[in-house]
Write a protein of this length. Structure first.
Length: 299
């Protein structure tokens, strides 16, 4: 069972807030901003409430408030002042921290307020590249170090997926204008990390191509049906955790058998597992990419 994490170490606070542990201790001692509990071995632990307070304080601090001034704000007013900052259209440099605060609080309203403040003067593509990608990179590290729970990660990634889908749907009402390629986007079996693939689907449709989005955990043999309808398919997939590094080359061999009778097959791949492909024996129709920017430039 995934339990929401309720207690945090000072290292967790440093990871989430970006404020050094040494500085947090100074703020705690000099301004009494946080009140940690102590374990039997005299190690500081902080409640979820303390983490929320620190993230709010960090928002104020990075927006020009001196820590001595923050210390004088009544505790119950600190979230209100932070919300006012988030709601301003000019607020963009600290959006990642605001999204983390929304995640920790399971606060979708704060997520939307932060997003709306960004979209007021930035494109969706700019927000994804400059804010969502760095945020997702941070979430991976925070999850691996047990700083946040899987529930936190699923909450915020689901909201990001919503935004990708909303912007993609707006484009899908238009008829594709480019016909030299048809993209088929899919994730291999047991692969569920689809934000990258969802965003690529958006970029493909934005450029006027038809993209058949199949989504998560697709058995390879299911791709046969699609090949019956189109003769210019570019398969597109994102290997984040699947196939495993000791199975990825076998996967490509099986894929090669699957498309052996298909005219001019193409398979575009990116994701962490791509590094384990044996390039010496890589099928000629397989092209690998190292980043979203690289593959979108190829579209």
């Amino acid at each position: 069972m995934n339990n929401v994490k309720k207690y945090f170490s000072i290292r967790d606070l440093e990871n989430l807030s970006g404020i050094k542990a040494h500085t947090i201790r100074i703020w705690e001692k000099r301004y009494n901003l946080l009140s940690p509990e102590r374990t039997d071995t005299n190690i500081r632990t902080y409640s979820l409430k303390s983490l929320q307070k620190l993230l709010n304080i960090t928002l104020l601090y990075h927006n020009g408030y001196k820590i001595s001034k923050i210390a004088k704000i009544p505790e119950h007013n600190i979230p209100l002042v932070a919300r006012e900052i988030v709601a301003k259209n000019s607020y963009k440099n600290h959006a990642i921290n605001a999204f983390k605060l929304a995640m920790v609080n399971f606060d979708q309203r704060l997520f939307f307020e932060t997003y709306n403040s960004l979209i007021a003067d930035s494109s969706f593509r700019e927000i994804f590249k400059n804010t969502f990608v760095p945020l997702l990179n941070e979430l991976g590290l925070l999850w691996q170090t047990d700083t946040i729970s899987p529930a936190h990660e699923h909450f915020v990634t689901s909201l990001i997926k919503q935004k990708i889908l909303i912007h993609t749907e707006k484009l899908q009402h238009q008829k594709p204008i480019k016909t030299d390629k048809v993209f088929v986007a899919f994730l291999p079996e047991n692969e569920i990390h689809e934000i990258g693939l969802l965003y690529l689907n958006y970029e493909i449709v934005l450029r006027g191509y038809k993209c058949i989005y199949l989504g998560q955990t697709i058995p390879m043999e299911n791709l046969v049906d699609v090949m019956k309808y189109f003769d210019n398919i570019h398969f597109l997939s994102y290997f984040t955790v699947k196939p495993e590094k000791d199975k990825i080359n076998k996967y490509l061999q099986e894929f090669q058998k699957l498309v052996m009778d298909y005219p001019n097959p193409k398979l575009w791949l990116l994701g962490r597992q791509v590094q384990h492909i044996d390039t010496a024996n890589q099928p000629s129709f397989v092209k690998t990419f190292t980043s979203l920017e690289e593959i979108t430039a190829k579209l």
